[in-house]
Design a protein around this ligand. Structure first.
Ligand SMILES: Nc1ncnc2c1ncn2[C@@H]1O[C@H](COP(=O)(O)OP(=O)(O)OP(=O)(O)O)[C@@H](O)[C@H]1O
Length: 873
């Protein structure tokens, strides 16, 4: 066995997969083109949105005279002013205000604390509060509806309903008494401190509203369009990424994992490729927004914000891919999350959200990103802009946006790896929810490789019985795979399928073992258990004493096993050679040996001529050969092949047989097949499985003897032959002969096994009676196919006895049944419905199919909380 590089680092595997991803992207030019076209569409869209205001004719609010401070129409009269704290100075100031201000009929209330002031306000909401910080500075506390509502994003921007001056917000300060009170307190302080009265000057203060275009409705609208558009800028990447990742994850990732792929490498390779995509698009977007909207901000600071957001979106897709099974679901949910949380983030434009809620919502990257964008808008209004130079001062908030987006990215990635490990896919063994707390996960067992002095410690004996042929002495102690009472039950709602029902078997090093059985017997399930694609429901299985049930041991097993699954697994757009190179490197074959190993496999399987053909363009047989080649990379110690020659032409089958025979010494080869001749020629040991149980195991000779049907005699005869005469002749030598049937020119007899010694006399007799019309004859031994049919018959009989009146699913049917079944088929191939009815039928059928698919998608979505609740229990 070729010694593979153990513990190939995540970095090395990522590099291999990244290169593969780049190749795939390059080959799928059409998809890449669409992806980029859709992404680049955002540039003109952003341009239009950024200039949106220029296309909407918003009327201006004109400059207007509000009035004079001593005009009683604009002055609050008879108000209650509560002030705090109460000192001699504050009391003096407030008394001066009450006696000299333009405001008339003021009632003063002195309160000890600000808290008392708030409580008084709850009882009487007409109260205006004055909170002195010292003798010269104070806060005015007005009811929210009497002043402009403060907002960190929109402060200093006037809000005017209907653009009419009367409905603007800022004059509230004038009309609701804020300015008169402020001026009065200022005048009182000046008088108290300087002993100089300014009350007369104060009366002449006039209010003027400046001409402006800034109205909240239009500004908010502009922001809303901008923020919703920009938050969706990576949507097209998200969609195409989900399609690629889900497709690869479904089939190829399982196979790559069987070869020792680190989860992290798989995700990182996609992440790195898309990081480049995100970077390019971020540069273009930044160039645009810096030009059109964020004039004073720096290019690099905005670029980093876009980049971190793009990366978080990519990792969000990874997390969804781990949770959901179809790319449509992932794409739709990704879009929904981006849109919903993008919209939700608009709330920061209007409300000051509580900090904990803001932090929580920031766990969703679109929200965190848009909060950052809103903050940049607010900085832009001050003319400060966002840059690295002011990140610790004015833009410190943006620093937290960077940190949150990075945190989100890492969190999504870790969750993607976690869900990928613990959620049950079609293939693969889910890890327990707390797998990372188990020491076996972190510590790999080191019991040495086969051939390092390790051999069969604590071996289980081959299950005894008449149906199991003892192995020759030289194989004793060479048990490489031990299966003990393996059961596998698939449960779906109330339906239970027992694929394996307590199967015990030893498989030996140096032998080729075939698994035979009817369709649905459990061969694939058994190979899946051994490959680590599924866990048995009961029983134990070991490969060279490494237990399949232990996570740590499974890692060791992966290094010595080569698997060819029933389905073909290749990267469709990569060529045969590139596929082999990729898998060879993932397996850990040293880089400088990869080329030689790939050439070797290409030659051994005779596929050198198609080495530069993309896998999707190969014939079924060529794809199968490639699958075998992938399994044989690195010359693994144990080869598990599920129907390796299905779809191969006779010549290719013989090539594969020779190849496997050449590799038999010192290795374990286990394969399943439907072809009895293949098992007969290739396998040293055949294991018949029927309905999940081992029926018998041994060499061809053992099986034929055990289930001995004897020999078949075929006599070719002429037209003049009389069947009776020939049969009597044969009976003279072998009385128990049985006529199986006859055609016009052929008679078929069954000769019992125990009469072999009489065969020479029989042959002599047949030779001497050519006058009976005998042209020639031949004898053939029982084939493995006969054994198979016999075993199946016996299994059906047994099943019938066990469950009267009930036949197991997938069981063999009698010829009579088959005949009656065939009557169900239409006797002609004619279409029996009219054109219009056929169209209706097809439409309703397709609609039904769509509905079923939708149902399965919904089920998939709903299964997530169920899985979660199972863990929590
Ligand atoms: N994922 C699954 N869920 C439910 N039942 C399954 C699943 N996989 C296999 N089965 C059932 O388990 C039984 C054994 O299937 P298996 O694929 O192991 O048979 P097989 O001997 O390999 O058949 P074939 O030669 O046709 O591939 C069948 O009845 C099958 O329907």
């Amino acid at each position: 066995m070729r010694r593979l590089q153990r513990n190939l680092s995540v970095f090395q595997q990522t590099k291999i997969l990244l290169w593969k991803n780049v190749l795939i992207k390059w080959r799928m030019k059409m998809q890449s083109f669409q992806e980029w076209m859709l992404s680049l569409l955002f540039l003109p869209l952003m341009f239009i949105v950024s200039n949106f205001m220029m296309y909407i004719p918003y009327p201006e609010v004109p400059r207007s005279h509000l009035g004079q401070l001593d005009d009683p129409a604009y002055n609050a009269t008879g108000v209650t002013i509560a002030f705090t704290p109460v000192t001699a100075a504050t009391r003096h100031i407030m008394n001066t205000v009450a006696s000299k201000s333009v405001m008339t009929g003021i009632k003063l209330e002195a309160l000890e604390t600000e808290r008392a002031l708030e409580e008084a306000w709850i009882l009487n909401q007409e109260i205006i509060g004055v909170v002195f910080k010292n003798n010269f500075s104070y806060h005015l506390r007005f009811s929210a509806e009497n002043v402009v509502f403060p907002n960190e994003n929109l402060e200093y921007i006037d809000t005017c309903y209907n653009y009419s001056e009367h409905y603007c917000e800022s004059p509230k300060y004038w009309y609701q008494g804020f300015l008169s009170l402020q001026s009065s307190i200022d005048a009182a302080i000046i008088e108290v401190v300087t002993n100089h009265s300014v009350w007369e000057e104060m009366r002449t203060i006039a209010g003027v509203r400046a001409k402006s275009r800034s109205v909240i409705s239009s500004i908010t609208l502009e922001y809303i369009y901008f923020m919703i558009t920009i938050v969706m800028c990576f949507s097209s990447f998200m969609y195409f990424l989900s399609v690629n990742v889900v497709r690869e994850k479904k089939k190829l990732k399982v196979l790559m994992k069987l070869m020792g792929l680190h989860d992290m490498a798989f995700w990182l390779s996609w992440s790195l490729l898309y990081a480049i995509y995100v970077l390019v698009l971020s540069c273009l977007l930044t160039a645009l927004v810096v030009q059109e909207s964020f004039y004073t901000s720096s290019f690099s600071a905005i670029l980093l914000l876009f980049f971190l957001y793009g990366l978080a979106c990519v990792h969000l897709v990874f997390m969804l891919c781990s949770l959901l099974r179809t790319s449509k679901l992932v794409g739709s949910l990704g879009f929904l999350i981006t849109f919903l949380f993008g919209c939700l983030s608009l709330s920061v434009l209007i409300e000051n959200l509580p900090e904990p809620l803001k932090w929580f919502l920031s766990l969703f990257c679109p929200f965190a990103f848009n909060v950052g964008i809103a903050k940049i808008f607010s900085l832009e209004r001050y003319g400060i802009g966002f840059s690295f130079s002011n990140i610790m001062e004015e833009s410190y908030f943006l620093l937290s946006t960077y940190i949150i987006l990075t945190f989100d990215s890492v969190l999504y990635m870790l969750l993607a790896i976690y869900f990928d490990k613990v959620l049950q896919g079609k293939y693969g063994i889910p890890a327990p929810p707390l797998f990372c707390l188990k020491p076996s996960y972190w510590m790999r067992s080191r019991r040495g490789f086969p051939g390092e002095g390790h051999r069969g410690a604590g071996s289980l004996e081959e299950p005894p019985g008449d149906d199991v042929e003892p192995v020759p002495l030289e194989f004793r102690g060479k048990e490489a795979i031990r299966l003990h009472n393996i059961k596998k039950t698939y449960k779906k709602k109330d339906k239970k399928t027992e694929a394996l029902r307590g199967l015990s078997l030893n498989i030996y090093e140096g032998q080729i073992t075939a698994l035979l059985g009817h369709s649905g017997a459990g061969k694939t399930t058994l190979l899946n258990v051994l490959s680590g694609l599924t866990l048995p429901s009961e029983g134990s299985a070991t490969i060279y004493d490494y237990k399949l049930s232990e996570i740590g041991d499974r890692e060791e097993i992966r290094e010595m096993v080569g698997v060819c699954p029933q389905f073909d697994t290749q990267f469709e757009v990569l060529t045969v050679k590139e596929n082999l190179q990729t898998f060879a490197e993932i397996k850990g074959i040293k880089s400088k040996e990869v080329e030689q190993e790939v050439q070797n496999i290409l030659e051994l399987l005779d596929i050198s001529s198609v080495q530069d053909t993309q896998a999707e363009k190969l014939s079924g047989g060529q794809k199968r050969k490639l699958s075998i080649g992938i399994a044989m990379l690195g010359n693994p110690q144990v080869l598990l092949l599920d129907e390796p020659t299905a779809g191969l032409d006779p010549l290719s089958r013989h090539q594969v047989w020779s190849l496997l025979k050449e590799h038999r010494d010192g290795r374990v080869i286990l394969f399943s097949t439907q072809f009895m001749d293949e098992a007969d020629i290739l396998a040293d040991r055949k294991a018949f499985i029927s309905r999940g149980r081992l029926k018998c195991v041994g060499s061809s000779l053992f099986l034929k003897n055990k289930w001995g049907i004897g020999y078949h005699l075929r006599i070719h005869v002429s037209d003049s032959c009389d069947v009776e005469n020939v049969t009597s002749l044969v009976k003279q030598y072998i009385p128990s002969v049985m006529l199986l049937g006859h055609g016009q020119y052929e008679l078929r007899y069954k000769l019992p096994l125990e009469n072999v010694n009489k065969f020479p006399d029989l042959f002599r007799g047949l030779d001497s009676c050519s006058d009976l019309g005998i042209i020639n004859y031949g004898v053939s031994m029982t084939t493995l196919e006969d054994v198979f049919l016999r075993l199946e018959e016996a299994a059906v009989d047994q099943e019938d006895k066990c469950v009267p009146g009930e036949r197991a699913e997938g069981g063999a049917r009698s010829p009579e049944e088959m005949e009656s079944g065939s009557l169900l088929l239409s006797d002609t191939g004619r279409v029996t419905v009219s054109c219009w009815a056929l169209w209706r039928q097809q439409v309703s059928t397709m609609a039904w199919v769509r509905l079923l698919k939708l149902k399965s998608s919904v089920k998939n979505l709903l299964s997530i909380p169920v899985q979660m609740s199972i863990w929590s229990n």
